[in-house]
Design a protein around this ligand. Structure first.
Ligand code: HEC
Length: 210
C-alpha cells in the first residue's frame, strides 16, 4: 500500500517536471555536453555580421568597402528590352529587342533550345501535348490559343524568365538572348498553325490541287 503513495508521488513529480517547463524560455546558453573548446567544430565560428564590428580589420568594420576600380554590372544590363522584355514606357515589348538580329540563325537556335527545354511539356508543335502529359501533367496550355497568339513577346519573355505556376523559371538554363530565340521559334510555331492558301506562292498552289 505504501508503494502506491510513492509511485503516485513519483509520477506527479515526473509529470510536473516534464510538462511544467514546456515553453519556458531560458536566458543562459544550454549545457554543452561536447564543449567547443574541447571539440572544436563549426558550430560557433567567429564570423562578421552585416554592419557589425570586426577586430580583424584595422578600421574595425566587418563590412568591407569596395576595392578600387570595381564596376557595377547594372549599366551593362540597362537594356530593358533585352533583359526585362519591356518597352521604354514599361509596357511589355512587342516584337524583338533592337539589340538582336532576327534572322534564320536566331530561329535555328530557338528551335534547338525549344526542343530541349520546352517541347517536353508544350509539345513539338506547341499544342501542349508534350511527353509530360502522359505522366500526369495535364495543364500545359497550347500556344495556338488566341490569348497566347496575341500575347506580347515581352510577356512571354517574362514567363520564361520567372516561370508561371507549374512552369518553373528557365532563367538559369537560357541566356536572355536564347530566350528571345525561343520566342522567335514559338512565333513560328503559332504562324505555322494559322497558314492559309494565300501563304503558298502562286506557282505552287496547283500542287495542292487548288
Ligand atoms: C514542366 C513543363 C513545362 C516546360 C518544360 C515549359 N512549360 Fe511553359 N507552361 C507550362 C505550364 C503548366 C503552363 C501553364 C501555367 C499557368 O498558366 O498556370 C505554361 C505556360 C506557358 C506560357 C503561357 C503563359 C501565360 O501567361 O499564360 C508560355 C508562353 C510558355 N509556357 C512558354 C514556355 C517556353 C518558351 C518554355 C521553354 C523555355 C516552356 N514554356 C517550358 C509547363 C511547362
Amino acid at each position: 500500500m505504501r508503494n502506491v503513495y510513492l509511485v503516485t508521488a513519483f509520477v506527479v513529480v515526473l509529470a510536473v517536471s516534464i510538462l511544467g517547463f514546456r515553453g519556458t524560455p531560458f536566458t543562459k546558453p544550454p549545457i554543452d555536453v561536447f564543449p567547443e573548446w574541447a571539440f572544436p567544430g563549426m558550430k560557433r565560428q567567429p564570423k562578421p555580421y552585416p554592419q557589425g564590428a570586426s577586430r580583424f580589420f584595422a578600421d574595425g568594420r566587418a563590412d568591407r568597402p569596395l576595392p578600387p576600380g570595381v564596376v557595377s554590372r547594372d549599366p551593362l544590363r540597362n537594356d530593358y528590352a533585352l533583359y526585362e522584355g519591356k518597352a521604354a514606357d514599361g509596357s511589355w515589348l512587342r516584337g524583338f529587342p533592337s539589340a538582336l538580329t532576327v534572322d534564320a540563325k536566331l530561329m535555328a537556335r530557338g528551335k534547338e533550345r525549344f526542343t530541349i527545354y520546352c517541347a517536353p511539356c508544350h509539345g513539338a508543335v506547341g499544342d501542349g501535348n508534350g511527353i509530360t502529359k502522359q505522366y500526369g501533367m495535364g495543364a500545359t496550355p497550347t500556344y495556338h490559343d488566341p490569348r497566347l497568339r496575341d500575347m506580347a513577346e515581352g510577356e512571354i519573355f517574362n514567363t520564361i524568365t520567372h516561370g508561371k505556376n507549374n512552369m518553373l523559371s528557365y532563367a538559369d538554363k537560357l541566356l536572355p538572348e536564347d530566350r528571345w530565340a525561343v520566342i522567335l521559334y514559338v512565333r513560328a510555331l503559332q504562324r505555322a498553325q494559322t497558314g492559309t492558301v494565300s501563304d503558298v506562292p502562286a506557282d505552287h498552289r496547283k500542287e495542292l490541287g487548288l
